[in-house]
Design a protein. Sequence first.
Length: 431
Amino acid sequence: MAVQAVESTSTSTVSLGPAAALSCRECGTRFPLGPIFACQECFGPLEVAYDLPSGGPSQAAALKKRIEAGPDNIWRYAPLLPVPADVADKPNLNPGFTKLVKADRLAAELGVTGGLYVKDDSGNPTHSFKDRVVAIAVEAARAFGFTTLSCSSTGNLAGAVGAAARRAGFRSCVFIPHDLEAGKVVMAAVYGGDLVGIEGNYDDVNRFCSELIGDPLGEGWGFVNVNLRPYYGEGSKTLAYEICEQLGWELPDQLVIPIASGSQLTKIDKGLKELIQLGLVEDKPYKIFGAQAEGCSPVSTAFKAGHDVVRPQKPNTIAKSLAIGNPADGPYVLDIARRTGGAVEDVNDEQVVDAIKLLARTEGIFAETAGGVTVGVTKKLIENGQIDPAKSLVVLNTGDGLKTLDAVAPTTGPTATIRPSLDSFREAGLG
Ligand SMILES: *Cc1c(COP(=O)(O)O)cnc(C)c1O
Ligand SMILES: [Zn+2]
């Protein structure tokens, strides 16, 4: 197995659609497509580089037509992703094309007049945005001949890998911090792959996985967010593509995106820039805002202090899916927030719970704690004047509230419990 993986690295015979090479985000050095994630020159992170069409008007029109005629999932954007052209015919969970909800009642509550939308990724196959990134990593794992799919997870990724591995015919073994929410643990275990709880936080789990990759025990293993990370990351671009297509091929003015490792935020920015470059949307300025929980806010702390370096924290928050104390893409998030004129902000656990309830009460969308972080930060940024309420705004809900019931259970329940009689109902005063 290891031999197969190494061979494909050195020969670069793999065919992943328009993906041309891996390129270092720090020094630009290029490497053949393979299961590597760090630059051999400077240890910088690698990302996928493409041969994309030039973006002339007729090419843009043809590409738009092709996308619109594609399947109702992320594979409609296959010409812009590191996947084989026949990807839609392979066994995969086919995530994406989730709802972009025009949130008028939430807008009224928050005073937004420029158009407020919630991109609701709880509608994915395992109920979080992670199905997008895993779907791309699965295709890379196939191409490189891996037989086991793995990951270090804050919860949602473990379920997404477990399910995708089953569908695609891989063995899976995923790693989580031992103290996750019951909904996340059950969801990660039910698909039948191996699930290992590690006594430690996410950063400990991630360190363990890095060690496993370097050990013979991990031979033939594709860790979707470690040695397949360059491919995995590209899945988040589909959020940018979908949002713009659903807005009628237009860029939103402002986006609020949750931050765990920061990968999603940086790749949404990459996706938006590609759409501009390809001529699929008209170029105009957009602002990207990042959202963290106060109990794990290394990026927002650095942003507010004006630092370029993100100092690691020990997480302590109910938003466990975002609880990465040492976020790999933190510095890139800072760059993007500053370049676009956005910001990074955080809210405390009480505000997270209030925001979950606000979104549920106004729009009928039940978000997990990460969604509460994003909505809560949106409210805060409107109140402090950093988000312009007269301009369009897209807020991401990246996960499903059913997986984090404990966050709201103590303050949510039946209005009354009555005997099955009209008298009893009358007494409760609810008629
Ligand atoms: C993983 C995750 C994110 C963001 O992850 P990044 O590491 O920043 O890409 C956001 N929301 C939910 C629900 C997640 O599970
Ligand atoms: Zn480099």
